[in-house]
Design a protein around this ligand. Structure first.
Ligand code: ATP
Ligand code: MG
Length: 185
């Protein structure tokens, strides 16, 4: 799976709709302190299903919505879309998510109404989005997404925690979720 584009609107400091194309190869984001570099990485984790407001440096999930400044009113919603592409044979069609081609995952939060997810414009469950990213060996808690200060946490991790990280990196986290699901049924 390849991530091709990120679109943000009303997410944290990205009050105006913004689009970031991610070309093959290495992408760097540079800018002065406080310009929103970490917010971009948090937007990727958020659209992938991050459920912890604290790990997005907020007290509640609505804190991801643009809170307003002295000159700009706050917004009522935040929306992030991530455009991914799967090659033929890379995935299986499941819960309305196509097996291959372009797959746009959107998460939107409205004040007082919580989060909703769409894939290619159709409503899906948070769980479908989590599985989709887990199968691609990524997701909100993927070891591929290393936020500021996390390197020391990896070094200090217990062996079982480290195994979890390795399993996630190996792309078998989705299988564990499905097994747990099957055991409950
Ligand atoms: P550094 O180089 O210091 O790590 P950075 O580029 O990673 O900086 P971020 O932490 O992404 O910067 O951005 C912080 C900015 O985002 C702050 O100015 C903060 O006020 C703003 N911000 C965060 N949440 C919101 C929100 N809900 N509404 C408006 N602005 C917000
Ligand atoms: Mg930062």
């Amino acid at each position: 799976m390849r991530i091709k584009r990120l679109k943000l609107s009303g997410f944290k400091s990205f009050v105006e709709p913004a689009e970031l194309r991610i070309e093959p190869g290495l992408t760097g984001v540079v800018g002065p302190n406080g310009c929103g570099k970490s917010n971009l990485l948090e937007a990727i984790r958020w659209v992938m299903g991050e459920g912890s407001a604290k790990s997005l440096r907020g007290a509640g999930m609505e804190d991801v919505i643009f809170a307003g400044t002295a000159t700009r009113p706050s917004r009522d919603f935040a929306e992030v879309s991530l455009l991914a592409e799967r090659a033929a044979g890379e995935g299986v069609a499941e819960s309305g998510i196509p097996a291959d081609g372009e797959i746009e995952v959107t998460r939107r939060i409205e004040r007082g109404a919580g989060s909703a997810y769409r894939v290619n414009g159709r409503d899906v469950r948070a769980k479908d989005v989590a599985l989709f990213f887990a199968d691609a060996a990524t997701g909100a808690h993927s070891p591929a997404l290393v936020s500021q200060g996390k390197i020391s946490a990896v070094i200090a991790a217990k062996p079982t925690e480290r195994r979890q990280m390795l399993e996630e990196a190996a792309g078998i986290a989705g299988l564990h979720v499905r097994r747990k699901d099957a055991e409950q049924k």
